[in-house]
Design a protein around this ligand. Structure first.
Ligand SMILES: C[S@@+](CC[C@H](N)C(=O)[O-])C[C@H]1O[C@@H](n2cnc3c(N)ncnc32)[C@H](O)[C@@H]1O
Length: 283
């Protein structure tokens, strides 16, 4: 079984297990960026962040047209936040969480319980070699995790394989604009050692257009997209706060997030939600 080094989860999981309050408030359910809007402005609190992370999760699920009675796969399911959200919102759903990290699945197992009529399965495995039958899911979700995968091509091929005809893939990820791809690629070469020590293997040089091409290559067509970059920006200050809390060095916490925040504010790195569909009939 392939494993991935995820230092941020090495830091987060013991704090979550100990019930450290701030960490539990911010990351006790979702471990991804938040979504704020005019109706829900950021106020800098950890509760505001947790609510914003739930809104992001629901937006991605809505982009995938999740509904009662479906069979849904959440790839890179973290500690089960998206599964918990789907379980609360829908009836008769058969939910599967896939994660390469057994420890996160154990945490999810202890904290997420299927409601009557729903089913939740937690499976250890790699998004690039999924342990599932062909055409077994109505929806595949990938909430802020594809940047970790060893190959987005293999991930997309696997999604196309496990989706039923007419099935949907919805994901959110950091996507540089085309002109910034060489810059993101270079900074990855220069700073990968540094980034790997906190986040683990990370590749944020796949643009929105490259994502669309990845989909087309395996027969998935784009059915929806949303650039939510401005809605995510308040996340950076929260991540800085929590990074210090869980033991990341002060300078590292600031440098690690300030660069990404800057390229986000400059419009070079976007945070996008994409939805793709598998055709109902083979072409
Ligand atoms: C930023 S976290 C997001 C977690 C979750 N989707 C959420 O939104 O709370 C990235 C997740 O991807 C998982 N992951 C990384 N590489 C993976 C792989 N190759 N296959 C499956 N999961 C993977 C990590 O273990 C982690 O749970």
């Amino acid at each position: 079984m392939m494993t991935v080094d995820l230092p941020y989860f090495d830091m987060l999981l013991p704090q979550l297990d100990r019930g450290e309050q701030d960490v539990c408030t911010a990351f006790g359910r979702h471990v991804h960026w938040g979504y704020w809007d005019e109706a829900h402005p950021a106020n800098g609190s950890l509760h505001s962040f947790a609510a914003a992370a739930e809104r992001m999760c629901q937006r991605v699920c809505d982009a995938g047209q999740t509904a009662d009675g479906q069979k849904i796969l959440d790839v890179g399911c973290g500690i089960g936040g998206t599964l918990a959200s789907l379980n609360e919102r829908f009836d008769g759903v058969d939910l599967t969480g896939l994660n390469i990290d057994r420890r996160q699945l154990d945490y999810a197992e202890q904290h997420v319980t299927a409601q009557d009529g729903n089913r939740i399965a937690l499976v250890e495995g790699d998004a690039c070699a999924m342990p599932f039958e062909d055409e077994s899911f109505d929806v595949v979700l990938a909430v802020e995790c594809a940047f970790h995968f060893s190959s987005r091509d293999r991930f997309f091929a696997e999604v196309a394989r496990v989706l039923r005809p007419g099935g949907k893939l919805a994901l959110c990820d950091f996507m540089p604009i085309n002109a910034a791809v060489p810059f993101m690629f270079t900074q990855r070469l220069l700073f990968s050692g540094y980034v790997n020590r906190i986040v683990g293997p990370t590749n944020i040089s796949c643009s929105r257009d490259s994502y669309v091409k990845l989909g087309e290559a395996v027969g998935l067509s784009l059915i929806g997209e949303e650039d939510v970059t401005p809605n995510t920006l308040p996340t950076y200050s929260v991540v800085r706060r929590i990074a210090r809390r869980v033991g990341v060095h002060l300078v590292t916490a600031h440098l690690g997030t300030a660069g990404m925040e800057l390229v986000g504010r400059l419009g070079l790195l976007r945070y996008m939600i994409l939805a793709l569909e598998k055709p109902t009939q083979a072409r």
